[in-house]
Design a protein around this ligand. Structure first.
Ligand code: SF4
Length: 301
């Protein structure tokens, strides 16, 4: 059995775990797996055609919010990574600086924060009402120099208790999706959410974050993206996609899938949230197509 055949066999096993089956595997045609063109993805790439220009952040989202529009800092591209790493961050004296702002996230401060400052700021943040019900904020986890960034909506019950993103059944499915891509949590991957604290309704059940809550929290994710500088972003579900792309919160995920988007020149692919896939496993095959598109969107090194 050749190395590629062994690779395919391994991938088949993983796809079976996802309940997808080998029909969606990448085909190698004599090239390496990373280079191999997949007919499905190739067709979708051509159909995609319309590449979005870098979002001007959240114009529509801001329009839905009563808060002032939160604009992102212009971020350096990968080739500027080294120069940026050497640049001295603006002195931010402390985590309390933003936490004590109390009602609004200070974007200019956040956009200058290092990892070491950013994380405690998020943990003590009170910039929106979600701080009131949290047990733990969920900062995000993984490789801080990751090539892949996966972004979900917000913490749920278990995530709020553990302070980690994507735990429980949805987390297991996400782990299987990573495995199918040849990835693992924390290895070349970073996982974060649009909001860092759990949104709940009056009955204590999970709910989507509001436009105000997203606007308050988004500067933290923007800063994480600027620090990580991933090569591809996978938006898991509608909230993640429209928040990053500055689109209307009511945009159906079906209108977002199958197109190559960009966030500040970083390729962004939209797929279903793992929690949705648990409820509707028939759509796992579509999610695999999305992940293949993301793999194809990864810039060649
Ligand atoms: S959700 Fe975000 S903005 Fe709101 S309190 Fe938590 S960390 Fe702060």
């Amino acid at each position: 059995m050749s190395a590629f055949d062994q690779h395919d066999q391994h991938r088949n096993n993983l796809l079976q775990e996802l309940g997808i089956g080998p029909v969606w595997q990448l085909r190698h045609h004599g090239s390496t797996p990373a280079e191999a063109p997949d007919p499905v993805v190739a067709r979708m790439s051509v159909e995609a055609g319309e590449l979005k220009s870098p979002p001007s952040l959240t114009p529509e989202l801001a329009a839905q919010s009563s808060r002032p529009q939160v604009m992102p800092q212009e971020e350096a591209m990968p080739q500027q990574r080294a120069a940026q790493a050497e640049a001295k961050p603006k002195p931010v004296t402390e985590a309390e600086t933003v936490a004590e702002a109390d009602t609004d996230t200070d974007t200019s401060l956040v956009s200058a924060m290092s990892w070491e400052v950013l994380q405690p700021v998020v943990e003590s943040c009170r910039a929106c009402g979600l701080c009131k019900g949290r047990s733990k904020s969920v900062f995000g986890t993984g490789d801080r120099r990751a090539t892949w960034l996966f972004v979900g909506e917000g913490p749920g019950y278990n995530e709020n208790l553990q302070g980690l993103p994507f735990v429980g059944a949805a987390g297991q499915l996400l782990d299987n999706m990573l495995k199918a891509l040849g990835l693992a949590r924390g290895d070349q991957t970073y996982i974060a959410n649009i909001v860092k604290c759990r949104p709940t309704d009056e009955n204590g059940k999970d709910r989507p974050p509001t436009a105000d809550e997203i606007a308050a929290c988004l500067p933290y994710l923007h800063r994480q993206i600027a620090l990580i500088q991933p090569q591809v972003i996978v938006a898991l579900g509608k909230t993640a996609a429209v928040s990053l792309l500055g689109m209307n919160l009511e945009t159906p995920v079906g209108q977002l899938r199958g197109k190559l988007h960009h966030f500040n020149d970083i390729p962004l692919v939209v797929t279903y949230h793992p929690a949705y896939l648990l409820r509707k496993p028939a759509d796992k095959s579509k999610a695999w197509v999305d992940l293949c598109m993301a793999m194809q969107a990864m810039p060649a090194n």
